[in-house]
Ligand binder design. Structure first.
Ligand SMILES: *[C@@H]1O[C@H](CO)[C@@H](O)[C@H](O)[C@H]1NC(C)=O
Ligand SMILES: *[C@@H]1O[C@H](CO)[C@@H](O)[C@H](O)[C@H]1NC(C)=O
Ligand SMILES: *[C@@H]1O[C@H](CO)[C@@H](O)[C@H](O)[C@H]1NC(C)=O
Ligand SMILES: *[C@@H]1O[C@H](CO)[C@@H](O)[C@H](O)[C@H]1NC(C)=O
Ligand SMILES: *[C@@H]1O[C@H](CO)[C@@H](O)[C@H](O)[C@H]1NC(C)=O
Ligand SMILES: *[C@@H]1O[C@H](CO)[C@@H](O)[C@H](O)[C@H]1NC(C)=O
Length: 355
């Protein structure tokens, strides 16, 4: 918490300006060179000789395309490194390995398409990693290998289609995982298996249509699960039942729900679970069957099982009638046999006489 406040302080105080060794490039170094501000200067390369006392280095909004190895070897005091909105496509292995005190790294709005195992070397104390608006298409066990202390990971708006099962396995401290606006189609169990501190899991705006049954089971701290704007047409009750938390809010609007009796039953059961809150239930709309297109689920909810109820009722009544008839018939036969025997003994009537 203390570190986060410090980071905030650095970011907010970085506005006052004064001179420094990089003035020739147009940079400013306020607060005794603790900040080095070189944003929006059309730099095409990372500057060498950044003052060693620098704790916040802002290089955002330039045209930098490569982060070479050892470029920060004299900047061990860096706590915040802002590289967002550049043209970065390549980071050499170990580029950040000397930044042992780095807490925030912003690489959003670049052209990064893969993360190698060497990318995260030395970043064991990193708290926040911003990687939104890049070109990542898959994550694997090497992507975040050394990020043991990470608390917030933002991967919004990449092109992520697949996440290998051990991709997040080093991140037992992670609290927020932002994966919205990617291209995920399914969630496999094991994907989130080490994320026991995760509080926010944002998966909105993907194309998820399938979720394996126990995929959310390891997320025992999760307070918010956002699955809005995906391709879910139905859900398995057990997928959400297996969320073992104190209280979790789940968002599900913007999915193409198939409004049938089964869905009605699943939601009725889900809504009765005390620890789960379906905050946007009132906003869920049907995509199927065609007659219910764009109807709110809550408006048609009570009718979805009517057909089934009527069928069940008819079957029940038929069965009851059949059983009753059989019993009645049996009873009659028995009576008659007794009667017949009686009469026969008397020698008056034959068995078949009544029918
Ligand atoms: C900063 O540098 C400019 C010239 O580059 C100079 O005029 C100015 O006095 C310097 N300011 C400080 C605070 O040193
Ligand atoms: C950066 O380049 C753009 C376009 O070439 C130009 O308009 C802008 O003035 C440049 N900015 C600086 C600080 O040189
Ligand atoms: C961005 O980097 C690529 C090479 O990776 C280069 O071809 C392109 O010209 C760069 N764009 C800008 C605006 O510097
Ligand atoms: C994640 O990145 C998006 C896009 O850059 C941004 O709008 C959002 O505020 C970020 N979220 C967090 C929690 O950092
Ligand atoms: C993602 O970013 C791209 C450009 O970087 C943009 O065209 C697209 O609209 C964005 N998608 C969303 C859902 O924000
Ligand atoms: C439901 O939809 C309305 C209108 O689009 C919106 O104002 C409201 O915030 C939504 N509710 C939730 C819980 O997202």
């Amino acid at each position: 918490m203390k570190e986060l406040v410090f980071v905030l302080l650095l970011v907010t105080e970085a506005s006052s300006r004064s001179n420094c060794t990089l003035s020739r490039l147009g940079c400013d170094c306020p607060r005794d060179h603790r900040f080095t501000i070189c944003s929006r200067l059309n730099l095409t390369q990372l500057p060498s000789r950044v003052p060693t006392s620098t704790e916040l280095l802002d290089l955002s909004g330039n045209l930098i395309s490569v982060v070479p190895k050892n470029i920060f070897s004299t900047n061990r005091k860096l706590r915040v490194l802002l590289l967002q909105n550049n043209n970065i496509s390549a980071m050499e292995d170990g580029s950040f390995s000397q930044l042992e005190f780095l807490q925030k790294l912003d690489l959003s709005q670049n052209r990064i398409s893969s993360l190698t195992g060497g990318f995260s070397v030395g970043l064991a104390f990193l708290r926040e990693l911003q990687l939104s608006h890049n070109q990542l298409s898959s994550l694997d066990s090497r992507s975040f290998l050394h990020l043991d202390g990470l608390q917030r990971l933002n991967l919004t708006n990449n092109s992520i289609q697949s996440i290998q099962v051990r991709s997040f396995s080093s991140m037992s401290s992670l609290r927020q995982l932002h994966l919205q606006d990617n291209q995920l189609t399914s969630l496999r169990s094991g994907t989130f298996s080490m994320l026991r501190s995760l509080e926010v899991l944002n998966l909105a705006g993907n194309q998820i249509s399938k979720m394996e049954m126990v995929v959310f089971n390891p997320l025992t701290s999760m307070t918010l699960l956002n699955l809005a704007d995906n391709r879910l047409s139905t859900v398995n009750f057990k997928t959400f039942l297996s969320i073992h938390t104190y209280s979790t809010h789940i968002l599900l609007q913007g999915n193409p729900w198939t409004c049938d009796c089964e869905l009605h039953r699943v939601f009725r059961k889900l809504r009765s679970i005390q620890r789960l809150f379906l905050d946007d239930y009132a906003n869920l709309t049907c995509a199927e069957p065609p007659v219910l297109l764009n109807h709110l689920l809550k408006d048609v909810d009570s009718e979805l099982c009517i057909a089934e109820t009527v069928t069940v009722l008819i079957i029940t009544i038929t069965v009851v009638i059949t059983v009753l008839a059989a019993m009645l018939m049996g009873e009659r036969k028995k009576k008659k046999r007794r009667k017949g025997m009686h009469w026969t003994q008397q020698g008056d009537f034959s068995d078949e006489s009544d029918f």
